[in-house]
Design a protein around this ligand. Structure first.
Ligand SMILES: [Zn+2]
Length: 446
């Protein structure tokens, strides 16, 4: 075999071809991992793609660009973690059917869709270094974790919306109520219980899987005593509301409409961390001249646990060391939360539309037990109406908000206390308070 041929085969085996050496700067990538790799390996003073030079970077001009071939190695490694040649994945090819019998992409689309760059020339150079083959997802036969969870979630939604809603716990699974498939090797690593599934999961298994993902992603947080929750109520101007009875969780018989996380008849405390969001979530249109909005603060009187969907971890880069299942699980969480915080619509479809999230909420409330062993008493979620606004639903009834119980014999646990001094009547939405600090883990909770 000739030298050149040998070289070609070697490069193909590796997955990419080395080319003439050029240098690239961190600004040419929209990916933290690639940009910081470039910074660490910079040895040139000019970027051959965007023309950035060290001089542009101010007083202390050090090298700013790294060898393209070095970065290309990281890019190829990342791509091949999740993608492979269609031929190597055993995808049948039928010329009569017009090609591969599965969805494949060529190298141009692969790079366009999966390598975040801010420079077209760079994008072309990356694609040109990949073999001219058709690519498909690695392990094509079994769906990747992200897709498999998406499929499972879709089937879950269908079941609870249209088939059976109230009893889907199978007797057998009740007997062996343990987390699905724990591989007890050393640490039960992040999201390890979340593997690709060959079979469609049963609804209760999907709930457990969501529970595991929530726990693995550390979304269960402690809400300290003294946390302020704002609640808004829109009402006639002729009325005056100043009590926990009228401003806290409504009485059960007044809960006529289903909400995104609770069906009609089940009362929960819907609120927000700031007044602007509380009003925006309560009243979507302008107030009529007869209406007024009262905003009140409820302060938590003791610590409790809640799930925080308002501040999800970012989906790890394809080029980081994160595992594929971790990326899949976190991207599922993002899709799920988007669903959870979709703007609510009153069009009679709400009676079925919100059933899946109502079931999940009920699961978190009654069946989910995080490792702390403490029950979860609420869910934080991003407001669909206010960017960076955080809304919440707390599983507190009227008594938990401080309303005296109807029977003198019960002594319910109180979690929230109305701060009467905070009550404000407004003709329009309150001014937007300073938004909370940019999303960083644990900013909402201490
Ligand atoms: Zn550049």
């Amino acid at each position: 075999m000739g030298r050149a041929k040998e070289w070609m085969l070697e490069q193909e085996e590796r997955g990419w071809y080395e080319g003439p050496d050029s240098s690239v700067c961190p600004d040419c990538f929209d990916d933290d991992v690639l940009s910081s790799f470039v910074r660490e390996h910079a040895d040139a003073f000019e970027c051959d793609y965007c023309g950035n030079t060290s001089q542009d970077n101010g007083e202390d001009p050090g090298p700013i660009a790294a060898p393209f071939n070095a970065v290309m190695e990281v890019i190829a490694e990342g791509l091949f973690k999740e993608w492979n040649y269609a031929d190597d994945e055993g995808i049948p090819y039928e010329s009569a059917e017009g090609g591969y019998l599965a969805e494949t992409v060529d190298r141009w689309d692969l790079v366009y869709d999966w390598v975040p760059v801010s420079n077209e020339k760079l994008q072309r150079d990356i694609a040109k270094r990949l073999p001219d083959q058709q690519f498909c997802e690695r392990d094509f036969g079994s769906l990747g974790p992200a897709q498999s969870m998406a499929v499972d979630w879709e089937s879950f939604c269908h079941v609870v919306k249209h088939r059976n809603r109230f009893v889907f716990i199978r007797p057998q699974s009740r007997m062996t109520a343990s987390p699905p498939e724990q591989t007890n090797e050393a640490e039960p690593g992040v999201l390890d219980s979340f593997g690709p599934s060959e079979l469609e999961l049963a609804p209760e298994e999907i709930l457990d899987t969501i529970g595991h993902i929530v726990e693995s992603a550390s979304l269960v947080r402690r809400v300290p005593a003294g946390t302020i929750f704002k609640r808004a109520r829109v009402h006639s101007r002729k009325r005056m509301y100043r009590s926990a009875e009228t401003l806290g969780t409504p009485p059960e018989n007044k809960v006529r409409y289903p909400n995104r996380m609770s069906p009609s008849g089940i009362a929960m405390f819907y609120g927000a961390l700031d007044g602007y969001t509380a009003v925006a979530e309560t009243k979507t249109r302008r107030l009529t001249p007869e209406e007024i909005v009262t905003v009140a603060e409820f302060v938590s009187t003791k610590d409790f646990s809640a799930i925080d969907f308002s501040n999800l971890p970012r989906v790890p880069s394809l080029f980081s060391n994160s595992s594929r299942r971790e990326r899949g699980a976190i991207s599922f969480l993002h899709d799920f939360v988007q669903e959870l915080s979709k703007p609510i619509r009153r069009n009679s479809r709400e009676h079925t539309e919100y059933v899946p999230t109502q079931v999940v909420t009920e699961y978190f409330r009654y069946a989910f037990r995080p490792s702390s062993g403490e029950p979860v008493r609420g869910i934080y979620y991003p407001s669909s109406r206010v960017p960076n606004g955080v809304a919440c639903v707390l599983f507190f009834d009227r008594e938990a908000c401080g309303v005296a119980p109807e029977s003198a014999w019960t002594r319910p646990e109180q979690f929230l206390k109305l701060d009467v001094k905070s009550i404000a009547r407004m003709r329009r939405r309150p001014a937007r308070e300073k938004p909370p600090p940019p999303a960083s883990q644990g900013s909402l909770f201490s």
